[in-house]
Design a protein around this ligand. Structure first.
Ligand code: SF4
Length: 281
C-alpha cells in the first residue's frame, strides 16, 4: 500500500504525532504486562461501588452487625484519642477551628508555638491578629481563621467569663464554629456522646452502609440512632481513625480491616476481617 502521508509535514505536527505514538506504545506495553488493565479496572470498580454507596443503595446493617463492629473497634483500641494537640478546652476549640479544610498534622505543627504564647482567650486577644496570623500562616485559610480566633476569644471573655461554654448553642454562636466543631468540643472537652461527621466519617458511613446519608447531618443523625449507647462516646474517634488509616478514600486497605466481613461495600477486596491483634500490622 502506498503511504498516503505527505512526505513533508510541518515540524510541529510530526513531533506531536511521534509523541502520541510513543504514549500509545507505552500504554500497550503496560497493558500487555497486565498492569494498566488491572489498575484501571480496580479503580473503576471502586468508583462505581462508591457511587452506589453514595446513592444509599447498600443493604442496611442489622443491630447485631452494628454492635459487633463497635465491639471489635473497642477491642482493638479501647480508649481512642483525637489527634489534635491541645492543653485545655480553649486550645482544643482553637485547634478544631484551625483544622477546617486542613490536616490535624498540619495544625499540630503550628500550634505548639501558638499555645505557648496564648492558651487562654485573654492571652489570645493580647497576642493580636497580626501576630496570630504569622504563627498560623502554614495552615490553609489562615487569614480568615486568625480573624475568627480573635473574634471568638473576645466573645468568650465578654459573654462566658473567658471559659469555653458547655452548651451547643453558645458554641455555635462563636465565630468560625459550626456543628462539627461544637460536636468535637462537646465530645472531647465535656465527655458528651456526640458524633462529629467529618469527611472520613461521612465516607465510612456511606461506603460501609453503616449510616448512609446525603449530608453530614443526615449521617450524624443515623449514627446517633444506630450506635449502641455504650459505644457512643468513642464512636466519633473509632470511625475517624478507621477512615483516616484503613478505609481511606482512594484505595481502602480492606485487607487490614477489622470489619471487612460486615462491610457492605461492593468494591471491597476481602471478605474476612483481620484479627484484632494484627489490626495495625
Ligand atoms: S472492608 Fe473495611 S476498608 Fe474495605 S471498604 Fe469495607 S470498611 Fe472500608
Amino acid at each position: 500500500m502506498p503511504n498516503k502521508m505527505p512526505n513533508k509535514m510541518p515540524k510541529k505536527i510530526r513531533l506531536s504525532k511521534s509523541l502520541a505514538r510513543k504514549t500509545v506504545q507505552q500504554r500497550l506495553a503496560a497493558a500487555r504486562k497486565g498492569r494498566a488493565a488491572q489498575v484501571k479496572g480496580l479503580a473503576r470498580d471502586r468508583q462505581a461501588a462508591d457511587r452506589k454507596a453514595n446513592l444509599g443503595e447498600l443493604p442496611q446493617w442489622t443491630t447485631a452487625e452494628i454492635a459487633e463492629a463497635f465491639r471489635r473497634f473497642a477491642a482493638a483500641n479501647p480508649t481512642p484519642r483525637g489527634e489534635l494537640a491541645h492543653i485545655n478546652p480553649f486550645t482544643l476549640l482553637v485547634a478544631v477551628v484551625l483544622s477546617a479544610q486542613a490536616t490535624d498534622a498540619g495544625v499540630n505543627k503550628a500550634t505548639p508555638a501558638l499555645f505557648k504564647l496564648a492558651d487562654t482567650p485573654e492571652k489570645m486577644v493580647k497576642l493580636g491578629e497580626a501576630r496570630l496570623r504569622d504563627l498560623i500562616k502554614t495552615i490553609g485559610l489562615y487569614r480568615t481563621k486568625a480573624k475568627n480566633v480573635i473574634a471568638l476569644s473576645k466573645r468568650l471573655i465578654e459573654e462566658h467569663s473567658g471559659q469555653v461554654p458547655h452548651d451547643r448553642e453558645a458554641l455555635e454562636a462563636l465565630a468560625g464554629v459550626g456543628r462539627k466543631t461544637a460536636n468535637v468540643v462537646l465530645n472531647i472537652a465535656f465527655g458528651e456522646p456526640t458524633i462529629a461527621v467529618d469527611t472520613h466519617i461521612f465516607r465510612v458511613g456511606n461506603r460501609t452502609g453503616l449510616a448512609t446519608g446525603k449530608t453530614p447531618l443526615e449521617v450524624e443523625m443515623k449514627l446517633l440512632a444506630v450506635v449502641p449507647e455504650q459505644y457512643r462516646l468513642h464512636a466519633h474517634h473509632w470511625l475517624i481513625l478507621h477512615g483516616r488509616y484503613v478505609c481511606v478514600a482512594r484505595r481502602p486497605l480492606c485487607e487490614k480491616c477489622v470489619i471487612a466481613d460486615l462491610c457492605k461495600w461492593p468494591g471491597k477486596v476481602v471478605n474476612s476481617p483481620v484479627q484484632i491483634g494484627n489490626a495495625n500490622k
